[in-house]
Write a protein that binds this ligand. Structure first.
Ligand code: BV8
Length: 253
């Protein structure tokens, strides 16, 4: 009798996998206190939806509002800590790479918590809120003179600075999308964790994995459009399910 909830077959498939791919969404950071996109916006931001603020049009219309929204989120993320779900994924990466397996972590999140948890090979499909770039030239800007201007000006061209994240209507970084799509096609097991699967093209990755014969595992307290097609579904919070999966995988191995 297993003292964990995972089917023996899944544990075997994970142990025998040559390539594991993982897609995470905002749900894996929920237990770190970072609100998901489905959560209602709080306080000052309650009257806006992320889709309204996370666009180039919103920035052109009101650069101060959008910059301040990201400044508020940056502060919130800086105070957040990686949770046991993030830490378990970093342990899983070390476990598989130590056995010469391939482990690809693809995230839709922009909070950088996977890296802070120790994950080494992270594909950021939607950028990173802690990086800043020039709105005009798209170059990353690491420092700029102190200023009261909001948003601050690019020290090179004088245009506005903006967060280095992918807004709705903007293309994803080509290299990241190619790497993520390749991993989805090549992997033996694909885990979709903490994502509602509503935002494209990220949401297509689990189906790409299914079409290429991968075992697909969904970890989410709620049902999503993937649930009916996933090979295994675990309806629970990532911060609880992943540490138990890690223990089950490494038990007697
Ligand atoms: C693109 C960065 C080509 C910014 C994000 C019209 C015009 C233009 C484009 C479109 C259009 N119509 C559709 C599109 C495509 C559009 C899109 O998909 N729109 C949706 C709304 C329909 N996509 C794009 O625009 C993409 N680019 O297509 O380029 C193009 C170019 C021009 C014109 C056409 C096409 C760019 C998309 C990237 C947007 N940027 N983030 C920022 O963060 O501010 S997306 C952002 O939202 C996140 O990064 C994330 O990807 C997404 C939220 O999704 P989730 O991560 O899944 O989070 P969510 O809150 O939804 O769900 C959380 C889940 O966790 C829930 O299921 C919950 O149950 C679960 N959960 C909760 N607690 C836990 C948990 N799970 C586990 N454990 C827990 N404890």
């Amino acid at each position: 009798m297993n003292d964990h909830p995972f089917p023996t077959q899944l544990i075997q498939e994970l142990r025998q996998a040559g390539h594991i791919a993982i897609l995470t969404g905002a749900g894996i950071s929920a237990e770190s206190g970072v609100p998901t996109f489905r959560d209602a916006q709080t306080g000052l931001w309650a009257r806006y939806s992320p889709e309204e603020l996370a666009t180039p049009q919103a920035f052109r219309r009101n650069p101060r509002l959008v910059w301040e929204w990201y400044a508020w989120r940056r502060e919130l993320v800086a105070k957040a800590e990686p949770n046991p779900g993030h830490l378990a994924l970093a342990q899983l990466e070390a476990y598989f790479t130590a056995r010469n397996g391939r482990f690809t972590l693809i995230t839709q999140n922009v909070d950088g918590l996977h890296q802070r948890a120790g994950s080494q090979n992270v594909i950021e499909l939607h950028g990173n809120i802690n990086r800043t770039k020039c709105f005009e030239e798209e170059v990353i800007v690491e420092a700029w003179p102190p200023t009261d201007d909001v948003p601050p000006a690019c020290p090179y061209c004088g245009g506005y600075l903006r967060p280095d994240v992918v807004w709705f209507g903007e293309n994803l970084p080509a290299a990241a999308l190619v790497a993520a799509s390749t991993a989805a096609q090549m992997c033996d097991v694909f885990l979709s964790i903490g994502t509602s699967g509503l935002v494209q093209p990220a949401a297509s990755l689990p189906y790409l994995a299914l079409r290429h014969g991968a075992v697909v595992v969904e970890i989410n307290p709620d049902e999503t459009s993937l649930t009916a097609q996933a090979t295994y579904v675990f309806n629970g919070p990532a911060g609880q399910v992943l540490p138990v999966l890690w223990q089950a995988l490494t038990l007697n191995s």
